[in-house]
Design a protein around this ligand. Structure first.
Ligand code: ADP
Length: 537
């Protein structure tokens, strides 16, 4: 039997990205392939993504059992390969749904596309058709749905009576795909699922609730976040259901793509460097200062921010905290790369105009610029009100840039505070603060600036971060173990020596430091289990 796993997702790097979801889908699929697993990624047929894939060919038309607007394009599947990893990628090609200006989910003015329910229900119907063997693709042994865009899949598969195991990974519980109840019928959702015990959510339907309710396993991307989402504060209205399903909920911390994010080989940097010789980092800092019109000075501390400028990312707090830090630390420079809330974008631009010699702001989403930002800065400020994993501080650490983070979610797991002693605490790699206040964030920057002035200790913080293993090796093993426990066919996936995979980029061997997966064995689901969800409080 040809054992294989089908990923269903709205984003996959390097084809389509708005955030960390894409990095994880693309990076995990590559890591699984390198370990001998057969993985296919199903994503929407965004024209730019199709154009960037290799060897794309049509697999023919696909029937989607849902209503689409009159005159919609016929849907078909295309198969190709990821340009970097060679992972098989399948596109749901339907131009009337996916060929449009704007980003993946919003129009050019930043408003959600009004047919996002249709766009992503179509994706779940396509996944279900593949799982049902209605397409030329091999029938998957397991279907892995990522985030709300894919989360109807376990429900639709169950409705069709398919017994293929399903996994739903929550990359961010704040985004759930909530739509008016009136669209449920036209989307082809079973009427019996439209209750509080199914996917009803305050009179509407909730796509992510379908994944949490009906998947055989639910995972999220850090241990702390897995615990937090069981509480009302972090549960976004789904904590009741998550508590109900806690027996099948677990965490597998993300990895990062250590080839793409490596200061030793990064072609986007003016000069490369590594943990033994940080000389190249000075050139990167000079380039970053120059790009933002700041005085080029290796000794002045430079604090960067690179993220969505949103409430989640505490961008509102950072705005005031940076203004406070500008007044108290007269030598510090700041560079901000981000986009998001238009009011925050404007406020950061205004701050740069008031302090042109000390603050540089670039509004936009540019992957290339994120590399120089991480390499050229001394510190990365990354406050979050909640954070499933937090890739950006991990990228920063790989570049010897010390993260300043809030103690939530994955940030609490990956960043170890330096402490207040005479030397950094054991295995410290950053600065951690509590709460959401301007004062706490500013005090954390003050602590960072204090350590920055103590060169020997600063080097030790930098090197600890650079040498920590955040690669995909460990997480990929954990996913394979989970898949094997759910789908006997996948228990026999050959776990090959990564060194032996032809053309595979170098993968660091696991050096420990990660906790084993906390996904318990799933109890057998009885039919009645499908109807016992808790109602959100
Ligand atoms: P989230 O997925 O919540 O946005 P993460 O820190 O986990 O946060 O991942 C963010 C990803 O998006 C990283 O790859 C980061 O480099 C990238 N990113 C975020 N904002 C920008 C931006 N303005 N320009 C380029 N890349 C960005």
């Amino acid at each position: 039997m040809n054992a294989n796993t089908l990923f269903v997702a709205a984003e996959a790097q390097p084809l389509a990205k708005t955030g960390g979801l894409a990095d994880v889908v693309g990076g995990l699929a590559r890591a699984l392939l390198q370990r001998g697993a057969d993985v296919t990624i199903l994503i929407p047929g965004y024209p730019r993504a199709i154009a960037a894939a290799r060897d794309v060919r049509s697999l023919g038309a696909i029937h989607l059992p849902m209503a689409l607007p009159p005159g919609h394009s016929p849907a078909r599947l295309l198969q190709g390969q990821m340009p970097d990893s060679g992972v098989r990628v399948v596109f749901l090609d339907c131009p009337s749904l996916y060929d449009r200006p704007g980003s993946l989910y919003v129009d050019a003015t930043g408003r959600d596309f009004c047919d996002n329910a249709q766009r992503f229900a179509a994706l779940a119907h396509a996944a279900t058709a593949i799982a049902a063997g209605e397409t030329p693709l091999p029938v998957p042994s397991l279907v892995h749905a990522h985030d709300w865009h894919a989360a109807l899949t376990p429900l639709l598969m169950r409705t069709r009576g398919l017994r293929t195991p399903t996994v739903c990974t929550i990359h961010n519980l704040a985004f759930q795909g909530v739509f008016p109840m009136a669209v449920a019928g036209p989307l082809g959702l079973p009427p019996e699922s439209l209750t509080p015990d199914g996917i009803e959510f305050w009179g509407k339907i909730n796509f992510l609730k379908a994944g949490i309710r009906y998947a055989d396993r639910i995972t999220t991307v850090s241990h702390t976040y897995a615990r937090e989402i069981l509480t009302p504060h972090f549960g976004h209205g789904l904590d009741g259901l998550l508590v109900h399903r806690a027996a099948v909920l677990g965490a597998i911390p993300n990895g990062v793509d250590t080839d793409t994010w490596s200061p030793r080989t990064d072609r986007l940097l003016p000069q490369c460097y590594d943990a033994r010789n940080l000389a190249g980092k000075r050139a990167c800092k000079a380039a970053l200062q120059q790009r933002h019109g700041l005085p080029v000075d290796a000794d002045r501390p430079l604090i960067a921010m690179g993220s969505r400028l949103t409430h989640q990312k505490m961008a509102d707090v950072a705005l005031d905290a940076i203004a406070l830090a500008l007044a108290t630390h007269t030598d510090a420079q700041f560079v901000i790369l981000g986009c998001g809330d238009p009011r925050l974008e404007a406020a950061f631009c205004a701050l740069a105009q008031r302090h042109p010699q000390r603050v540089g702001v670039a509004i936009g989403y540019r992957e290339e610029d994120a590399h120089l930002l991480h390499a050229g800065a001394d510190m990365l400020l990354h406050g979050s009100r909640f954070e499933p994993f937090g890739l950006t501080p991990v990228y920063a650490m790989r570049y010897g840039t010390v993260p300043i983070v809030s103690r939530v979610g994955g940030l609490a797991d990956t960043v170890r505070d330096v402490g207040d002693g005479t030397a950094p605490a054991a295995r410290a790699n950053g600065i951690v603060f509590d709460g959401e206040s301007v004062e706490a964030m500013c005090a954390a920057m003050t602590r960072g600036l204090g350590w920055y002035g103590r060169q020997r200790h600063w080097r030790s913080l930098q090197r600890t971060g650079m040498q920590t293993d955040f690669g995909w090796e460990g997480p990929a093993r954990q996913y394979l173990a989970m898949y094997g426990s759910l789908a006997p066919a996948l228990a026999h996936v050959p776990v090959v020596d990564v060194e032996a995979v032809a053309a595979a980029p170098t993968v660091q061997p696991a050096r420990g430091g990660r906790r084993p997966v906390a996904v318990p064995d799933a109890p057998a689901l009885s039919p009645s289990d499908a109807g016992a969800a808790a109602t959100p409080a």
